[in-house]
Design a protein around this ligand. Structure first.
Ligand SMILES: [Zn+2]
Length: 322
């Protein structure tokens, strides 16, 4: 029993959990659906379960595809200081200046969001049901990642400042404890994004600017709390695991002036707005005609093999880092 607890503790606490965590990603994609206009709801509403569940496919893909990792972040501070003017916002210009190895190694999320966006526009134009669904779920994931401050920092898990675990603390522990209880998700309607490139860069720069507070505020609290009040054992699926205590988590959220909630709300708005804009840019195709279409057997096989690769990769503790 002790061994099981220790294993769980190590995997749940120290593993580098990417992105909003499965909980947050699913929630963001699901809530974004409700910001869409009626012409889009006819398709997204009957498929909301898909949009929600497949919000985490890009994270699962990290176990199967070597090129997946850099699509989720950008260590933007390697390019100098805010607002990082020396870094060209266009991918080809950045590659020309810094070389593709360097650019890819340090993360490509703002560019990959745009790649996915144009794929979605194309899928809408061709009225390809399964691609619209898959690209919407994927795009929702990458757009959400761009809203996480530590996805825009080379100190992504506090490894440089002795704060290991802060990544999952901010993006998983805080929303899992507080989102359902107290976050306000009344957000309004999706908006048309005139320039997807400028839009996502603005969000990335906000994230980069906030990364400093994410780290500093926790460091300040860490000095005040003893280890016994910072961590607690809480039951999860019948097993007690050690994690940041509820009191520590709540105080962190308050000291950050509800930053996790603000970024989550912004992510929901952005995801819906990207979907909406892709539909507009595709000429507002009528979605009624294939709203209740089913995925093909090949699609279902692909989903299953991704799942298997993820489960196997997790068991082996292996994940592509490049
Ligand atoms: Zn991710």
């Amino acid at each position: 029993m002790k061994k099981i607890i220790l294993t769980l503790f190590l995997t749940s606490f120290y593993s580098y959990v990417y992105c909003w965590g499965f909980f947050g990603h699913r929630m963001i994609n699901e809530y974004a659906v409700f910001l869409l206009p009626p012409e889009m709801l006819v398709l997204y509403k009957p498929n909301i379960e898909f949009i929600r569940e497949h919000a985490v496919d890009p994270d699962k893909r990290r176990y199967a595809v070597a090129a997946e990792g850099p699509r989720h972040f950008i260590d933007i501070d390697v390019y100098g200081k805010y607002p990082f003017d020396s870094l060209p916002r266009k991918y080809n210009d950045a590659i020309e200046k810094y070389g593709s190895d360097f650019v890819i190694e340090n993360g490509i999320v703002p560019w990959y969001v745009q790649t996915m966006y144009y794929r979605l526009v194309d899928a809408f134009k061709k009225k390809e049901f399964s691609k619209i669904m898959k690209y919407s779920a994927d795009l929702g994931h990458y757009v959400s990642d761009a809203h996480v401050p530590l996805h825009a920092s080379s100190n992504h898990n506090g490894q440089k400042t002795n704060q290991k675990g802060i990544h999952a603390f901010w993006e998983s522990r805080v929303p899992e404890l507080l989102a359902n209880k107290q976050f306000d998700f009344f957000i309004g309607k999706a908006d048309y994004i005139r320039n997807p490139g400028n839009y996502i860069w603005d969000r990335v720069l906000e994230s980069a600017l906030a990364a400093d507070s994410v780290l500093k505020v926790e460091a300040g609290m860490n000095r005040k709390f003893s280890n016994t009040s910072k961590y607690s054992f809480e039951e999860r699926n019948g097993v007690f695991i050690r994690q940041y205590s509820s009191a520590y988590t709540t105080e962190y959220h308050e000291r950050l002036n509800n930053m996790v909630e603000r970024r989550m709300r912004m992510a929901i708005f952005s995801v819906a707005s990207f979907w909406y804009s892709a539909w507009i840019d595709a000429g507002q195709p009528d979605l009624h005609e294939f709203a209740n279409k089913k995925f093909s057997d090949d699609d279902l096989k692909d989903f299953e093999s991704l799942n298997q690769a993820w489960i196997k990769g997790k068991e082996l503790g292996r994940e592509h880092e490049d």
